[in-house]
Ligand binder design. Structure first.
Ligand SMILES: NC(=O)c1ccc[n+]([C@@H]2O[C@H](COP(=O)([O-])OP(=O)(O)OC[C@H]3O[C@@H](n4cnc5c(N)ncnc54)[C@H](OP(=O)(O)O)[C@@H]3O)[C@@H](O)[C@H]2O)c1
Length: 482
């Protein structure tokens, strides 16, 4: 036990309640190895796993792309990783995939990886079906290499609406089984997001109040001060609903709203997530004006790569309802946008006020509500605000915050999401990856928000809190954004 005292919070970490699995040696094959995601996230995460002894020594990394890098150039990008190789060629050429197969057989024999292959498709999504098809034709997806198994990791977006998400899945399933597909929503790899599950289901004291009787409302905010930066081309074709709501925001909502799974087994957890999505009250047929605000920051249309008449929303705020026994009548307010006043991702569970204030003759103001806040990033942690008596002879109440700060408590910043997700994909644990039914349910829900023109686009000033209409939306239901 290591007791520490900080900010008035006594805290101890008990050694022993840890599960750490180490994968079997495997070959990690990265398509798009010359790209941004590979350099910024994948290679550093593999290096981290290697440094922590979580990447077996006999594993290897093979980078694949069209760009003619020398193996040494690629190796230099993979600082700290051993057994790194590179090959380039055209994905349209079936011979390239036969050469890839021969290379993998050779590397598998050299490093004794037992035919275990992890393909990570770090390429633009339209390329997924063609690459998977070629891998399948070359016999690389079905334990072709010394009888091992193959998994394929793909990056969001998984389609751009329900129809295209289904079409993508149908193409992938020509060659893959569902259990071979690992769809990354990197938010799920964040420690602080996973901690929502630990917090809820490893502590007995919160679950009894986690329902409509005690919770007034929930707020989920993903605020960015950055604009579209170098992603303008992609972003202008997508917008905030596709980029943030269909995946990260709804996933956060699901973790807060889901019923306790019977076990931490992947499909038990994912079943409960999907049930939340199915229980979301459809926006179709609701008064969208009352429940949804879309906005665009001033100057967005002047950004390089953005169409001068663009109607792409860069901000959205909405009220959602989960129509089930636990949450009936509890509104969930979600908002996310770019070029806002701050950078902050948090989930706040705001509790109801006391039913009767015995202090009311002395303290006419309302007592503040208790709020439990999960700070996803930055300043990762959890805080609980409570009312407390201020010292002195007068009766004087004030809000007090009990704070758990991740970096202070553990002496380090939370690890990168990709470190965890790559490890899980190697281990064959899909708990933190999206199942196709969840992808489809979230697209189904978002469909009414994707029809441009159905909802008025509100302009907002940069470095603001978003459009005024977002303040009015929540005020209409008697609440305010935190
Ligand atoms: N970057 C991020 O932070 C981030 C975050 C979330 C999701 N993602 C997703 O991760 C994937 C990769 O992202 P990225 O930012 O690394 O992408 P990227 O840099 O645009 O592309 C990755 C690589 O794909 C290859 N490529 C590009 N266009 C191609 C084409 N038409 N045909 C064949 N190859 C092509 C290029 O390599 P060669 O030309 O050398 O083959 C490029 O280096 C994408 O699906 C993206 O949506 C990225």
């Amino acid at each position: 036990m290591t007791p520490e005292h900080q900010k008035g919070l006594t805290f101890s970490i008990r050694e022993g309640l840890c599960i750490e699995h180490k994968p079997e040696p495997c070959g990690i094959v990265i398509f798009g190895a010359s790209g941004d995601l590979t350099s910024r996230k994948l290679l550093p995460s593999i290096a981290y796993l290697s440094s922590k002894g979580l990447l077996p020594k006999r594993s290897f990394v093979l980078g694949v792309a069209r760009t003619a890098l020398s193996p040494d150039e690629f190796r230099a990008r993979a600082k700290g990783v051993e057994n790194v190789y590179y090959m380039y060629g055209s994905y349209e050429n079936p011979d390239f995939f036969l050469a890839l197969k021969a290379r993998l057989q050779e590397l598998d024999a050299r490093h004794e990886t037992g035919g275990r292959l992890l393909f990570h498709l770090a390429v633009p999504p339209p390329l997924y079906p063609a690459i998977v098809e070629q891998l399948g034709r070359a016999g690389l997806l079905e334990g072709c290499v010394s009888g091992g198994c193959s998994r394929v990791v793909i990056e969001k977006p998984f389609g751009r609406d329900l129809e295209s998400a289904r079409a993508l899945d149908a193409q992938l399933k020509r060659r893959l089984r569902e259990e071979q597909v690992y769809r990354i929503d990197h938010y799920l790899g964040k420690e602080t997001v996973q901690n929502v599950l630990m917090f809820r289901f490893a502590n007995a004291i919160f679950e009894p109040v986690w329902n409509r009787t005690y919770v007034d409302h929930v707020q989920i905010s993903v605020l960015e001060n950055a604009g579209v930066e170098h992603r303008a081309g992609y972003y202008d074709g997508s917008g905030v609903v596709r980029d943030m709501f269909q995946n990260h925001m709804l996933m956060l909502l699901a973790l807060i709203a889901m019923e306790p799974p019977a076990s931490f087994e992947a499909d038990r957890v994912r079943d409960e997530v999907v049930k939340v999505f199915r229980n979301l009250r459809p926006l179709a047929g609701r008064d969208l004006e009352d429940h949804v605000v879309l906005g665009q920051y001033e100057g967005y249309r002047l950004e390089p790569g953005v169409a001068s008449s663009s109607s792409t929303p860069t901000f959205a705020a909405m009220r959602l309802d989960v129509d089930d026994w636990r949450w009936s009548g509890v509104p969930f307010y979600l908002r996310s946008g770019k070029r806002l006043c701050c950078r902050s991702t948090e989930v706040a569970v705001v509790f109801k006020q006391v039913p009767h204030s015995l202090f009311s003759p002395l303290l006419p103001e309302h007592l503040a509500e208790n709020a439990l806040v999960f700070r996803i990033q930055p300043n990762e942690g959890i805080s609980l605000t409570i009312e407390a008596k201020k010292p002195g002879p007068k009766i004087c109440l004030g809000a007090l915050t009990m704070d758990f700060d991740y970096a202070e408590a553990f002496g380090e910043r939370p690890p990168e999401a990709y470190q965890r997700l790559l490890l899980d994909a190697m281990l064959g644990d899909p708990t933190l990856f999206l199942r196709q039914d969840a992808v489809e349910e979230t697209w189904r829900f978002c469909e009414p928000l994707l029809k441009t023109g159905d909802i008025k686009l509100e302009p907002y000033a940069t470095s603001s809190e978003g459009p005024e209409a977002a303040q009015r939306l929540i005020a209409r239901f008697g609440r305010r954004w935190r």
